[in-house]
Structures are given as structure tokens and as C-alpha cells.
Design a protein around this ligand. Structure first.
Ligand SMILES: C[S@@+](CC[C@H](N)C(=O)[O-])C[C@H]1O[C@@H](n2cnc3c(N)ncnc32)[C@H](O)[C@@H]1O
Length: 247
């Protein structure tokens, strides 16, 4: 039983329809190139593959991709783009579901490790990635840096998007390390509300989870274009490696 919220049919149908920068060639191009370089001649496993935003173009780029995904409605949308033989997907929890074979790359993008709402499950997710990796293989995570610098004492929310079509802000349960993202998306003349809960974690906590799972930090950059990770970075792309001599 996972703590993740289940993505519904309505959310799945909207996921690809609502264009944002994450579906733009400017983001997807460097994402696919970064992941393809790490996969090399091996196979790639995407945890929480969703509608295939990244998995489908990576497959088209020539990498053999397999997915794990909790939400059947999200996979139904993916199936309109690619069949099971070309891109197999197992329905299940990325922290526990096992698929056949070894992979040179396991990846989990777009902040999705934070959908697991407990530290224990996030550790299990790292362990599950390590289980699927061949010796020398890599686990890649794309995740926002917790935006706590913007939360002075007494303030309850941090806005992350204020535009004509979308208002977004985060609220925090600091003792529990949980943030809730609130969205108000323009729908005709009104705004449609939405929200999602996340367990945020600093990069250093992820490094510890990786060590528990037997993985070593190889690289941390600020984005898919490889720009340096700094004090002011708002997200990171981190790469951990399973030692070549591991069982
Ligand atoms: C932000 S979307 C990312 C989808 C895709 N990776 C992408 O980059 O577009 C988050 C996805 O994670 C899935 N998800 C959430 N918790 C999960 C879990 N515990 N195991 C597997 N999938 C999960 C959701 O169903 C949803 O499809």
C-alpha cells in the first residue's frame, strides 16, 4: 500500500493537453539526450512513467525503455502513443514493483520521488532502483530544492507561479517535511482549483538514501543542460552509480 495519491482519469486526460514548459522541446530535448547518454547500449527503466512525456521520446531516440506506473489512467493515455511491445509498462508502486531484467539506467523525473509521502518509502524507492541496476548502472532523479528560503517566519505560503492562466503556491507542514502545491488554473472565465501533497527532501538526504541503497553520488547539476548546481539553484538533476564491483 503506497502513500502516493492516485492520479485520476480526469488528471490523466488533462496531463498532455495542458501544455507547459515541461512538454516543450527546449526541456525535452536536453532531458532525452542526458538520459540517452547514460543508458548507452543498455535498457532504461522509468519509475512513474506517466503518459510517457519522457519515456516515449527516449524510446524514439533508440533506447529500450520499460516503465513502472501506479495510475492506469495515465498508462491508458501513454498507450495512445506507443504499444506494449515497444514500451512495456508494469502497473504498480515504484518503491516495490519489480520488473524483469537488469538496466543500465533507472530514472525518476519531474519531482516525482516527492509523491512518496514518507521517508521510509523514499528509501525503498532508492533500494528498488538499485535492485534493477546492473553493476555500474545509474539512478537519476530530477527534483526541486525545497523552497524554504522564501518562507520567512509567520508567512504561510510561497507563490511559485503567478501568470494569467495559472496561480500556484505551496503551503507547508514543516515538522512533517510535507508541502502542498495549490493550483488555480484558468478554465474559461473562472479558475479550476487543484492540489497535490509532496514530501520534500534536501539533496543531502537523497545522498544518504542512495548510500543506504548501495549507490554513490556521481554527478549533481542544476538542470538537464548540465549547468552547475549552486546555492541559488531551484532544482537539481542528480546521478548515483551502482559500483561496478557490486553483486
Ligand atoms: C508529475 S507526473 C510525472 C510523469 C512522467 N514521469 C513525466 O515526467 O511526465 C507523476 C506520476 O507519478 C505517478 N506516481 C505517483 N506515485 C507513484 C508511485 N508510488 N509509483 C508509481 N507511480 C507513481 C503518478 O501516477 C504520475 O503519473
Amino acid at each position: 500500500m503506497t502513500s502516493s495519491e492516485l492520479w485520476t482519469r480526469t488528471t490523466a486526460e488533462r496531463y498532455d493537453a495542458e501544455e507547459n514548459e515541461m512538454t516543450s522541446p527546449a526541456v525535452l530535448g536536453p532531458t532525452v539526450e542526458f538520459l540517452a547518454a547514460l543508458a548507452g547500449d543498455g535498457r532504461a527503466l522509468e519509475f512513474a512513467i506517466g503518459t510517457g512525456r519522457v519515456g516515449v521520446p527516449l524510446r524514439e531516440r533508440g533506447v529500450a525503455v520499460v516503465g513502472i506506473e501506479l495510475s492506469e489512467p495515465m498508462v491508458d493515455v501513454l498507450r495512445r502513443k506507443v504499444d506494449e511491445a515497444t514500451l512495456p509498462v508494469a502497473i504498480g508502486d515504484m518503491a516495490t514493483t519489480r520488473v524483469d531484467g537488469e538496466f543500465s539506467l533507472v530514472y525518476l523525473v519531474y519531482n516525482t520521488i516527492s509523491n512518496l509521502l514518507t521517508q521510509e518509502e523514499q528509501v525503498e524507492c532508492f533500494r528498488n532502483a538499485a535492485r534493477h541496476l546492473a553493476p555500474g548502472g545509474r539512478f537519476v532523479i530530477e527534483l526541486g530544492v525545497p523552497p524554504l528560503r522564501w518562507l520567512p517566519p509567520g508567512q504561510v505560503a510561497v507563490p511559485f507561479d503567478v501568470s494569467d492562466d495559472h496561480l500556484g503556491f505551496d503551503t507547508f507542514e514543516l515538522a512533517e517535511q510535507i508541502l502542498t502545491s495549490h493550483h488555480f488554473t484558468r478554465d474559461g472565465d473562472s479558475y479550476r482549483p487543484g492540489r497535490s501533497r509532496h514530501r520534500y527532501a534536501w539533496p543531502a538526504e537523497l545522498d544518504l538514501m542512495a548510500r543506504i541503497a548501495g549507490l554513490e553520488l556521481e554527478q549533481r547539476v542544476a538542470d538537464w543542460d548540465g549547468s552547475p548546481f549552486t546555492d541559488d539553484s531551484t532544482k537539481h538533476v542528480s546521478v548515483w552509480r551502482k559500483p561496478a564491483n557490486s553483486a
